[in-house]
Design a protein around this ligand. Structure first.
Ligand code: SF4
Ligand code: SF4
Ligand code: SF4
Length: 255
């Protein structure tokens, strides 16, 4: 074991903090990793944080940028960190927080007026403001994927991001396709890595791991339309965890 431990911090911007709790769910496996890690900051893991020691090798940041406070905090973390990881879909794509971006303008304005703290016009992913070195996507983040990332990084390897869609893992598991049963599913346009968690339980994929780079949105949208899914329903479906792809701009306007 190397004498020098890797300095790691966990940070939360606006979110439910569920991703950090998902990491905690690793229990003994995480404790083993502590032989190699020094947790410099984590509101959930430690009673007392050490901001003075904040010079990090890796920062895991969950949550979206919604307020000025979030942005200041994110800039500070970026400045102090060698390698910044967006932890979970709130950080990677704005996730659940991004639902606000797809609401009618008047409603968005009312939400801003009612907010306890001044909020920005849009909920944004980290990459809208700072360089993000890696993404561990999902709502919540997949704890085994997190562990695999840690394992590889501690061995000096940066893992490659998954490039296949959920359908790939779904087929490997031998699931029968929900689309063929007339149930909408975003598996064809969503990054794999969750072992097709939802479709394996007969539940539609709603895209929590983000849209793939080469996704054929038009084709899936046409298929959903043929399944009698209305414009508004499709708009809501595509924007549940992600921003509306430009190919589907025609769905806007009914909201
Ligand atoms: S990605 Fe999901 S679980 Fe993680 S912080 Fe956001 S809402 Fe919570
Ligand atoms: S159920 Fe969904 S994820 Fe599975 S093959 Fe069909 S479209 Fe793809
Ligand atoms: S199947 Fe889709 S919604 Fe479910 S965990 Fe995987 S990416 Fe997320």
């Amino acid at each position: 074991m190397s004498a020098k431990k890797v300095k790691v911090g966990f940070f939360s911007l606006t979110c439910c903090e569920g991703c950090e709790f998902a990491v905690l769910d690793l229990e003994e496996k995480l404790l083993k990793a502590f032989d190699y890690l020094e947790i410099v900051e984590s509101r959930v893991l430690m009673e007392k944080i050490k901001p003075e020691a904040l010079k990090l090798d890796i920062a895991f940041v969950e949550g979206s940028v919604i307020s000025k406070h979030d942005l200041n905090k994110l800039n500070y973390i970026r400045e102090k960190t060698g390698f910044l990881v967006a932890l979970g879909s709130c950080a990677a794509t704005a996730g659940i927080n991004g639902i606000r971006n797809a609401l009618p303008k008047e409603l968005q304005e009312r939400i801003r007026q009612k907010a306890i703290t001044p909020v920005k016009e849009k909920a944004s992913p980290l990459s809208a403001f700072v360089k993000v070195d890696y993404i561990l996507n999902g709502c919540s983040v997949n704890e085994l994927e997190f562990l695999d990332f840690l394992n590889k990084v501690l061995h000096g390897v940066i893992p490659r991001l998954e490039e296949v869609p959920v359908c790939f893992e779904c087929k490997l598991k031998g699931n029968s396709c929900l689309l063929l049963k007339g149930i909408p599913c975003l598996g064809p346009v969503t990054y794999a890595g969750c072992d097709a968690l939802c479709p394996s339980q007969n539940v539609q994929c709603i895209g929590c791991r983000g849209f793939t780079k080469d996704a054929n949105f038009k084709s899936l949208d046409n298929l959903l339309k043929e399944m009698d899914s209305g414009k508004k329903e499709r708009y809501n479906f595509f924007t549940y965890f992600n921003q509306l792809p430009k190919e589907l701009r025609h769905l806007r306007g009914e909201n």
